[in-house]
Design a protein around this ligand. Structure first.
Ligand SMILES: NC(=O)c1ccc[n+]([C@@H]2O[C@H](COP(=O)([O-])OP(=O)(O)OC[C@H]3O[C@@H](n4cnc5c(N)ncnc54)[C@H](O)[C@@H]3O)[C@@H](O)[C@H]2O)c1
Length: 327
């Protein structure tokens, strides 16, 4: 399969490393920054294409790794060209943009998948399975936490709320998606956020730390802590409490390898390179496109997670609980 990555920054690099492990994938790429595109193609053996339209006509599937504000237009160009599309999370900036992609993809009959990668982390997949199969009984409360240092991206776009949606869209969408997948629909969302770092011009809400509570239709309560102000680096936690038991996960307590060398200190997985959430996500997309089967994550699910993020933003701005159906 010829896969074309659009946007060869941080995530475009992560995806290329995973496609490189797939002998049945030929990689193509386009980025509006030609220098970055050249370096990327040399590093990963991808074929550079000079424009989005050239890329769309030259591949079988398009993988959208641009900043979030470009997701809608890039994915729409791919859909209009009749190509299968994977869009990095969040699927788009608003539920309206998501709905526009969903209806265009349905009309054209092309597969569309949002890159909600947390579903492909072995621990989160196993925790989901344990909850839906009743191992903790009736879920009562779920607490999730994700945070690290503020991301910069290629031109500080993460800090521009108009482009990224800030941390309640960019980061918390991971937790909102896992919770919706595992616990069902959300009735209302209440979020409080504070800024501890430098003020951000044009910010939609004050936020490099946010605490969001979710009331699920099932009666379960969700609690999501999201921060771009954690000086200790990236950390993710999960706790599910139910009538018959409890599940806990902390990304700091898994047995990754800690490597210290000239490039700095980092954690590396001690599992095989194909036992990796991004590999599993991209492999599942490629396999579903090849076999014509349903997308592993439906686009409607990507849209629901974006709607919960938007409700959280609206709540942080207004100070009231907001239904995802209102946004
Ligand atoms: N799944 C995850 O865990 C995860 C982690 C980080 C980022 N992301 C998502 O991945 C996406 C990309 O983030 P990133 O960190 O790679 O950003 P980045 O800034 O590192 O890279 C973006 C690249 O897109 C290029 N670009 C911008 N607009 C373009 C356009 N219209 N057409 C072609 N190229 C364009 C830029 O030149 C840049 O090379 C975002 O939606 C982000 O939310 C997901």
């Amino acid at each position: 399969m010829r896969v074309g990555v659009v946007g060869v920054g941080g995530m475009g690099n992560v995806h290329a490393r995973k496609y490189a492990l797939m002998p049945d994938v030929e990689l193509y790429a386009y980025d509006r920054n030609p220098d970055r595109l050249d370096v990327y193609c040399a590093q990963f053996g991808a074929r550079p294409l000079g424009s989005l339209s050239e890329l769309v006509s030259g591949v079988d599937a398009v993988d959208v790794c641009t900043p979030t504000d470009a997701h809608h237009d890039v994915a729409m160009a791919a859909i209009e060209g009749g190509k299968a599309v994977l869009v990095e999370k969040p699927m788009a900036r608003t539920p309206e943009e998501c709905a526009s992609l969903i209806s265009a993809a349905a009309k054209k009959g092309v597969p569309l998948m949002p890159g909600q990668v947390v579903r492909f982390f072995p621990e989160f997949a196993a925790a989901h399975q344990a909850v839906v199969s009743g191992r903790v009984g009736k879920p009562a409360a779920v607490r999730m936490r994700r945070g690290g240092k503020a991301p910069k991206g290629s031109d500080m776009w993460f800090q521009d709320h108009a482009r990224s949606g800030g941390l309640l869209l960019d980061l918390a969408v991971h937790e909102f998606d896992w919770m919706l997948w595992t616990l069902g629909d959300v009735r209302s969302v209440y979020s409080r956020s504070v800024r501890l770092g430098h003020p951000v011009e044009g910010a939609e809400f004050e936020g490099d730390y946010a605490l969001t509570t979710l009331q699920f239709e099932s009666g379960c309560v969700g609690h999501v802590e999201t921060t771009w102000m954690d000086p200790s680096g990236f950390r993710v936690t999960l706790e599910v409490c139910g009538s018959e038991g409890m599940i806990e996960y902390d990304s700091r307590s898994v047995s990754t390898l800690r490597i210290h060398d000239a490039a700095g200190s980092r954690s590396e997985s001690n599992l095989s390179p194909t036992h990796d959430p991004f590999y599993c996500e991209l492999r599942a997309f490629v396999d579903a496109v090849s076999s014509g089967s349903a997308m592993p994550v439906a686009p409607e699910e990507g849209m629901k997670a974006v709607a919960v993020s938007r409700a959280a933003i609206e709540s942080a701005k207004s100070g009231r609980a907001v239904s995802p159906l209102e946004v």
